[in-house]
Write a protein that binds this ligand. Structure first.
Ligand code: HEC
Length: 177
């Protein structure tokens, strides 16, 4: 894996330098800018969620009655690869689709402004959204795990019950006759 990555890096550098070579001396053309791989942006994803998904799925992904389902622990999301999720969001799920659960349509690209104008930019937009969904699910899972640990751990229970005792309680209460 590691060496494969090195090869890709080497190939990009080679292609980049040969392009540079071709353009040498040509003042009319701007020097080639190395095409960097797109890296999804969590902040952009959060903004896009607000404009494109929140009205139906809720501000915290909790779902809205008769609009969009709860996405916070949705295995449909967690089990799907990033690229499959991008393709799902690109197409949405029409009301008549045999996989539709509710008879309500999930619109292609949600309500993201300008969606559908350019395939490459849609892909990048949806990659930001997918990163947002992954982070949202990770945060919820972390909270669930903490709650479960607090509930099951005997140490925490002891600490909790001890802390609810009055501070000035006698260490050994006198036996009631
Ligand atoms: C106009 C309302 C609406 C908007 C906007 C919307 N959705 Fe949905 N979404 C739905 C509905 C309704 C469903 C459920 C369709 C069904 O019943 O199968 C759904 C389903 C989904 C599912 C599949 C859930 C599952 O378990 O099957 C995902 C994932 C999802 N939406 C993500 C998003 C994201 C991300 C956005 C923003 C880019 C978004 N949705 C915008 C209405 C919406």
């Amino acid at each position: 894996m590691r060496s494969k990555t090195r090869w890709i890096v080497a190939a990009v550098v080679l292609v980049g330098s040969s392009m540079w070579g071709c353009n040498k001396g040509d003042n009319a053309t701007a020097p080639p800018v190395a095409k960097t791989a797109f890296v999804p942006d969590a902040d952009a994803g959060a903004m896009l969620y607000k404009s494109g998904c929140l009205t139906c799925h809720g501000s915290a992904g909790q779902g809205m009655l008769h609009q969009g389902p709860d996405l916070r622990r949705d295995p449909f999301i967690s089990k799907m690869s990033d690229s499959d999720l991008i393709e799902f969001l690109r197409k949405g799920r029409p009301a008549k689709d045999p996989t539709n659960h509710s008879g309500i349509a999930m619109p292609a690209g949600g309500t993201i402004p300008g969606f559908g104008e350019d395939k490459q930019s849609d892909t990048e937009t949806l990659a930001d959204v997918v990163l947002f969904l992954r982070n949202m699910q990770a945060k919820v899972k972390q909270q669930d795990d903490l709650k479960a640990a607090a509930h099951h751990s005997p140490t925490t229970q002891t600490l909790t019950s001890a802390s609810t005792q009055p501070v000035d309680a006698p260490v050994t209460a006198p036996l009631k006759q």
